[in-house]
Structure formats: structure tokens, C-alpha cells
Design a protein. Structure first.
Length: 105
């Protein structure tokens, strides 16, 4: 994979993320904030982005979304392939709900 391929993949991820985020926020703001791990201020900004602004942001060479979880236990619960996976996902959701959302810098 060369640099141009990587840039195109990053752009695609960014565009998909921003479009999904806008759709979630417009459909159910509170649930979107929880699922995306963002504050109300960030949700406002994302919701108000014009299509041109979305494309401009998506064209960044940095991935705009990131893993919310840097906790090994939480990642383990989400990636667990055991038979009782639903319980692990529920436990992970409870742990995630207790974490602070991203703040506007």
C-alpha cells in the first residue's frame, strides 16, 4: 500500500464517519452522543456541517474518529468471541457510559 492508497483510505473513513455521525445526531441526538462518545458541543458542530465542509474535513490526512477505549478490559469485553457475548457487550456498554465524553478544546 503506497501513500496515495493510505490517503484515499483515510479520506473514505473520514467521510463515512462524518456522514454517519450527522445521520445519528439528526435521528436521535442523545443516543448519538453516547454511541459516538462526543459532547453536545461537538454534536452541534457536526450537525451544522455543510456538505462542502464535510468533504473538506474528510480530505484531511488524519483519521478524524478514534477508538474511544484505551482500556484493555473494555476492549476484551467487546472483542470476546465466547458463547455469552451479549453479557460482555452489555458490561462494556455500562463501562462506556461511565466514561466522560470528548470535550471541545
Amino acid at each position: 500500500m503506497n501513500a496515495a492508497d493510505i490517503y484515499n483510505e483515510v479520506k473514505e473513513i473520514n467521510l463515512s464517519y462524518l456522514m454517519l455521525a450527522q445521520q445519528l445526531i439528526r435521528a436521535d441526538r442523545e443516543t448519538a452522543q453516547y454511541r459516538l462518545g462526543i459532547s453536545a458541543d461537538i454534536a452541534d458542530i457536526i450537525e451544522r456541517l455543510t456538505p462542502g465542509q464535510v468533504l473538506k474535513m474528510a480530505g484531511s490526512n488524519m483519521v478524524l474518529c478514534r477508538f474511544r477505549f484505551d482500556d484493555r478490559m473494555l476492549l476484551g469485553l467487546l472483542s470476546n468471541h465466547e458463547r455469552d457475548r451479549g453479557t460482555g457487550h452489555t458490561h462494556a456498554a455500562i463501562l462506556a457510559a461511565a466514561r466522560p465524553v470528548e470535550a471541545v478544546a
